[in-house]
Every structure is written in C-alpha cells, then in structure tokens.
Design a protein around this ligand. Structure first.
Ligand SMILES: [Zn+2]
Length: 49
C-alpha cells in the first residue's frame, strides 16, 4: 500500500506495522498521511522499488 505525506507531497510505501518502508512512523502525525493509488516517489531505501 502507498501513502502520501501531505506536507511534502512525497508518496511512500507503507508496511503493515504503520511505518513507511523507509522508516517513518505514520502514526505520529496521522493527519499528515493519506492512502493513495499513486506510485511511490520517495527516493529513500525501502520505498524505492
Ligand atoms: Zn519513503
């Protein structure tokens, strides 16, 4: 599943535990994240496929 970080507009891959594949905890600022069908644009390790 992909999630978009609204303040930056960057799309990350999300893992089942609620963190992004690059290690950001999406639960800390839950309102900053929305589920999206877009492809991940994050360049960090894990998100980039
Ligand atoms: Zn990422």
């Amino acid at each position: 599943m992909a999630v978009k970080h609204l303040p930056t507009g960057i799309v990350h891959q999300e893992k089942k535990d609620g963190t992004t594949a690059c290690g950001v905890d999406t639960r800390k600022n839950n309102n900053h994240w929305v589920v999206t069908q877009l492809k991940a644009t994050c360049e960090k390790g894990g998100c980039k496929s």
